[in-house]
Design a protein around this ligand. Sequence first.
Ligand SMILES: NC(=O)c1ccc[n+]([C@@H]2O[C@H](COP(=O)([O-])OP(=O)(O)OC[C@H]3O[C@@H](n4cnc5c(N)ncnc54)[C@H](OP(=O)(O)O)[C@@H]3O)[C@@H](O)[C@H]2O)c1
Length: 279
Amino acid sequence: MLWITGANGLLGAALTAKCKAALQSGHEVDIGDLALVRRFVKLHPGITHIVNCAAFSMVDAAEISREEAWRANAIGPENLGIVAREIGAKYTHISTDYVFPGNVARPLTESDPVGPCNYYGETKLEGEVRALALSACVIRTSWIFGNGGKNFVAKMLRMLQTEKEIRLTDDQWGRATYAPDLAGAILQMLPFSGLYQYANSGVVSRYEFGMAMREEALLLGYEVVTESMIPVSAATFPSMCKRPVYSAFDTTKIEKHLSIRPWREALREFLCAQMPVCS
Ligand SMILES: NC(=O)c1ccc[n+]([C@@H]2O[C@H](COP(=O)([O-])OP(=O)(O)OC[C@H]3O[C@@H](n4cnc5c(N)ncnc54)[C@H](OP(=O)(O)O)[C@@H]3O)[C@@H](O)[C@H]2O)c1
């Protein structure tokens, strides 16, 4: 039996959709509370795999709600690892490209030096270190998009249908990840341990992604009202903290176990899935 934590989140929901028989929990099982985590597994005997999709994922808010972010992102992954060991379950934890400083403009491997440039990244780095020490499979991912949740692509789709002009950053680069693709990869990686990185292929800025999204939406017959897309610097948008400038993964390691498709193909599927009829 697989247990998915953070099942109401963007990734958790995509994973839940792929394995309907899994046990799920939301914020009511606070992963930062070891007693609650132990109680959950006691109430649900037979758990063989735990996948941790729970996290404090609001990057700016983490600068202020430090204790809450630390509990969810550093202590939570450790608690789940402890309990997985106690019941003999395999454990998979999800981490982020924000563990990298983002100041090197080349694809980053699992062994490249880390050094987060904000508090969210610090908490996530601590979480992956603690999970790895407890024999987890840690999968770093970046820029997730999909159904529900707060994500850039869902927001962009609404904007394309309502805003005449959209401003997007063109000085930060990474790899986008379609939540259902990542969910499939997580399931394929269940038997493994160690550190891996996963994202759809192709390095892109938000501006480039937005331009492609507009093209794809038009091709699919969406009523797009946006006439101009304007590239701007990230400094245009006020933020509580720094973000990596370049944080695209090298995914060679995980591609020994599975194949990865280009982000544009995944984006097309996402756009199609939002339409009542799509050929
Ligand atoms: N989204 C991205 O672009 C992105 C990029 C790189 C890595 N990641 C990583 O991918 C994973 C999934 O992210 P996501 O985008 O799916 O996040 P999400 O949509 O914010 O979902 C996270 C879920 O965790 C729950 N949660 C928060 N604190 C918790 C706690 N202490 N105990 C139990 N549940 C708790 C939240 O519940 P409430 O909403 O009720 O608080 C939420 O439903 C995370 O590890 C994240 O760090 C995400």
